[in-house]
Ligand binder design. Structure first.
Ligand code: HEM
Length: 390
């Protein structure tokens, strides 16, 4: 039996978050499961083990408490296990149809261009504040059917929640989430009284074998959509802005049409994965190589490390917008695979189609600011300058 590999890296340290990739490489070299005693989890960083673990949702449980022993609101499928998870996911899927998502493209492009209109004549802006943050918020709020005057509040609360979750932050009281729960309860009540052609109304109406979502489940799922759909997509767009500035030759390949934007979106997801890793708790002993990790222990499935595994991605640290194949795990895998993946892909594609069309020569013009989070890789400020146009 090989010795237990250990690494007490601190996922909450800002130095680590600035450039986690050398640590990921060391973890991969150290073994399939590396004990982090200080943080109380096992780091799973190799592609094969991360994917294999995601395929066993019953052994790798997603269930967790919701701050100081409070039970999580029902309906948050991302922290539910099978079989409950699967039934609920099927039910919400009824409302989250490909047709509903595809129909959004025209509107998403309109929103994107409206945001660009507001800064393109100036020649500079903060891309995070003026574009990558408001775009997904507006989209998800419109998709849900949330009143326009409440959208700022959503973005603010979701950012607060994003920076408080993760291996070091889990378990904190989450007042922002509780405030959103109260708001959504009222919003669903209003929709029940006067339904419209929106996702909230479709979720209220969704039914399988006579079973409908309860009010608590509706609120929980609404909360999940707001959190899952905002921060991640914002980060995907912001991270890409930095990458296309750092690698101008890759931007040129997109501008010339040599590489289609959807391929680049996959590489953005791989290279600077917005969700760096996923927390799971073992419901039974699990073997990783020679190592037996006991039931009850926490594992951190490091999607971002897996996406830089040289066994799967040749020259993993090379940013290549045309990379083929690109089987990254940026949206997870298996039972919990991101429900919003097609929406996120479309938003990022439309965002970059419009940004590269309208401000093709943008450059990062000042210091960017990183989102402090052990789970989400993203930014809170992306100052850019470009040739002004109308
Ligand atoms: C770039 C953008 C996005 C990324 C990187 C992302 C990533 C992920 C990942 C990694 C998971 C798996 C979680 C787990 O296994 O524990 C997930 C689940 C989920 N995502 Fe996304 N996501 C994005 C955008 C969205 C959007 C736009 C929505 C909805 C509007 C959304 C809704 C969900 C939901 C509901 C789940 C839970 C699915 C389940 O547990 O069955 N996501 N996402």
């Amino acid at each position: 039996m090989s010795a237990e590999a250990r690494s007490d890296f601190d996922p909450n340290s800002l130095d680590f978050q600035e450039d986690p990739y050398p640590t990921y490489r060391k973890l991969q070299e150290a073994g399939p499961a590396v004990r982090n005693e200080a943080q109380g989890f096992w780091a799973i960083s190799r592609y094969a083990e991360v994917k294999e673990s995601l395929l066993q949702p019953s052994r790798f449980s997603s269930e967790r408490s919701f701050g100081e022993g409070r039970a999580a609101p029902q309906g948050i499928i991302v922290i539910m296990d099978p079989p409950l998870h699967d039934g609920m996911r099927a039910l919400v899927n009824r409302a989250f149809t490909p047709r509903r998502i595809a129909a959004l493209e025209v509107r998403i492009r309109e929103i994107a261009n409206g945001l660009i209109d507001a800064f393109c004549e100036v020649g500079s802006c903060d891309l995070w504040r003026d574009f990558s943050a408001p775009l997904p918020t507006t989209v998800i709020a419109e998709l849900l059917g949330v009143a326009p005057e409440d959208r700022e509040m959503f973005k603010e609360k979701s950012t607060q929640i994003a920076s408080s979750v993760g291996p070091g932050g889990a378990g904190n009281t989450n007042t922002a989430a509780l405030e959103l729960v109260a708001y959504l309860g009222k919003a669903f009540d209003a929709k029940r009284r006067s339904p419209g052609d929106d996702l909230m109304s479709a979720l209220i109406a969704a039914e399988i074998d006579g079973r409908k979502l309860t009010q608590e489940e509706l609120v929980g799922f609404g909360l999940l959509l707001l959190i899952a759909g905002n921060e991640t997509t914002t980060n995907l767009i912001s991270n890409a802005a930095v990458l296309l500035d750092r690698f101008p030759e890759q931007r040129a390949r997109l501008l010339s049409g040599e590489v289609p934007i959807p391929a680049a979106v996959e590489e953005f997801l791989r290279y600077d994965t917005p969700v760096q890793g996923l927390d799971r708790t073992l419901t039974e002993d699990v073997r990783f190589g020679d190592l037996r990790v006991p039931k009850g222990d926490r594992v951190f499935l490091m999607l971002a490390a897996a996406n830089r595994d040289s066994k799967v991605f040749p020259e993993p640290d090379r940013f290549d917008v045309g990379r083929q194949p690109n089987p990254h795990l940026g949206f997870g895998f298996g039972a919990h695979f991101c429900l919003g993946a097609s929406l996120a892909r479309m938003e990022a594609r439309v965002a970059w189609e419009e940004l590269l069309r309208r401000i093709p020569d943008y450059r990062i013009s000042g210091a960017t600011q990183r989102l402090p989070s052990s789970i989400f890789r993203g930014l809170l400020s992306v100052p850019i300058a470009f040739t002004a146009s109308r």
